[in-house]
Design a protein around this ligand. Structure first.
Ligand SMILES: *[C@@H]1O[C@H](CO)[C@@H](O)[C@H](O)[C@H]1NC(C)=O
Ligand SMILES: *[C@@H]1O[C@H](CO)[C@@H](O)[C@H](O)[C@H]1NC(C)=O
Ligand SMILES: *[C@@H]1O[C@H](CO)[C@@H](O)[C@H](O)[C@H]1NC(C)=O
Length: 401
């Protein structure tokens, strides 16, 4: 009697455990759905930023309405100055000798968000500063109240030549626009004609990821800067050196990655339209495997151990138990694949989960074989007993093997 009660309690314990595992899986599926929702939200927000860019264009058209500009105070002096030197903002500045315009770039990364292997992209918020020298804008200090540097309104960027910088691997962006309190820009002019143009930008950038070693992988994500229209012999980009650091990172906390390293490089890219000077920022992300340990590795290991426990207690294990264990691990596999991108190669995690599945499946086969053999043995034993005519033992049903 006691052994029977014990067996019932172990069975109920096992059931509870399985229910617990299934519950955990349900939680995971929910998180998968949440990721999908986030994805949709992200695509919506991408639409929003396009709207913003449309607004930007409308704004740029409006700004050429000169009357609105004269309403601002110091502006008048500067516009007079531009007119007196017959400045044309469409013309590339040149130093007299026929070299490219040197654009010095420096970046402060204030945040990196949502590095996603599902959409293979990441978001970044930063201050992008570029400075170059426009010899036409060299002014004598007397003209501007003895100032060596004047701060110009951000709308002046439309009246001055500035490099047509673009980010080749950006999907969407938020740029400075009128009366935005999150994204603004700054424009300064020194008396030797050097201009500083700084903007706060938010970008979503693509990043091709190799997930072979998932979840112990390291990803290299890049961000490029390049002129869209001016080839390397017209405009050349440099990382600023000396006092101003070319790249500065604020403290960045990502939920599932660590920024292991960040560095800058530059190179010349060749296209059909010519050679372009391009700058790169490279981020090396190290995945923190803690999430995967909690959500996948520990549950699947637990399922495998449960299947062994069932093998040690063969007498009390029914096929239903084994099948529910198999269902649990199948569930794990499916829910894991739901949150991963569909890649055509095998990831480290696939190998691990595959091995877990095989072990559980072999346990089922082993259980079936043992049960089958035991049944055969029972039948032959019974036959022997029946043949020997010892029917009393047969009837009492007290057979044990
Ligand atoms: C760009 O950087 C170089 C090297 O540090 C420096 O000589 C040059 O003056 C800088 N140009 C501007 C416009 O700041
Ligand atoms: C500018 O500086 C000169 C001498 O360096 C001085 O005579 C003049 O008064 C100054 N002008 C202003 C507006 O401060
Ligand atoms: C312009 O002058 C400032 C200081 O007055 C200096 O730091 C900067 O390097 C100069 N730029 C160029 C291109 O000469």
């Amino acid at each position: 009697m006691t052994s029977r009660r014990g067996s019932r309690s172990t069975t109920s314990f096992r059931r509870t455990f399985l229910v617990f595992l299934v519950f955990m899986e349900a939680v995971q599926i929910c998180s998968g759905v949440r990721a999908a929702l986030r994805l949709r939200k992200k695509s919506n927000s991408a639409d929003d930023s396009e709207d913003e860019e449309l607004q930007d264009e409308m704004y740029n058209d409006a700004i050429y309405d000169k009357a609105s500009i004269f309403e601002q105070g110091e502006t008048h002096d500067f516009l007079q100055f531009l007119r007196s030197i017959k400045y044309d903002h469409r013309q590339v500045p040149d130093d007299g000798f026929d070299g490219p315009v040197h654009v010095n770039v420096s970046i402060v990364v204030s945040n990196i968000r949502s590095v996603s292997e599902v959409t293979m992209d990441y978001s970044i918020e930063m201050f992008y500063r570029e400075s170059w020298r426009d010899p036409r804008l060299t002014y004598s200090r007397e003209k501007f109240k003895n100032k060596t540097e004047i701060s110009l309104h951000e709308s002046y960027s439309n009246f001055l030549w500035h490099p047509d910088t673009f980010v080749p691997n950006a999907i969407s962006s938020k740029n400075p626009r009128r009366q935005s309190i999150t994204h603004r820009s700054l424009l300064r002019l020194r008396n030797n004609g050097s201009i500083l143009y700084s903007r706060r930008l938010s970008l979503i950038l693509t990043c091709g990821m190799d997930l072979t070693l998932f979840p112990f992988d390291t990803q290299l994500c890049k961000m490029g800067f390049e002129s869209y229209g001016y080839t390397a012999d017209k405009v050349k980009y440099f990382w600023s050196s000396g006092v101003i650091q070319s790249l500065k990172l604020h403290k960045i906390r990502l939920p599932d990655f660590q920024v292991k390293e960040a560095y800058v490089t530059s190179r010349v890219e060749s296209y059909a339209t010519g050679d372009y000077s391009r700058l790169y920022v490279c981020f090396v992300f190290n995945r923190a495997a803690g999430f995967c340990f909690l959500q996948l590795i520990i549950p699947s290991t637990a399922v495998v151990i449960t299947s062994w426990v069932s093998l040690w207690m063969e007498n009390e294990t029914s096929f239903q138990d084994m099948i529910s264990i198999i269902l649990t691990i199948t569930f794990l596999l499916f829910s894991y694949n739901e949150v991963m991108p569909r890649v055509s190669y095998i990831k480290a995690m696939d190998v691990y989960l595959g091995v877990c599945f095989c072990i559980v499946f072999l346990s089922l086969i082993k259980l079936a074989a043992v049960k089958y053999m035991r049944q055969r043995l029972l039948i032959t034993r019974n036959l022997e007993i029946w043949k020997s005519g010892n029917l009393e033992i047969w009837k009492s049903g007290n057979l044990e093997i």
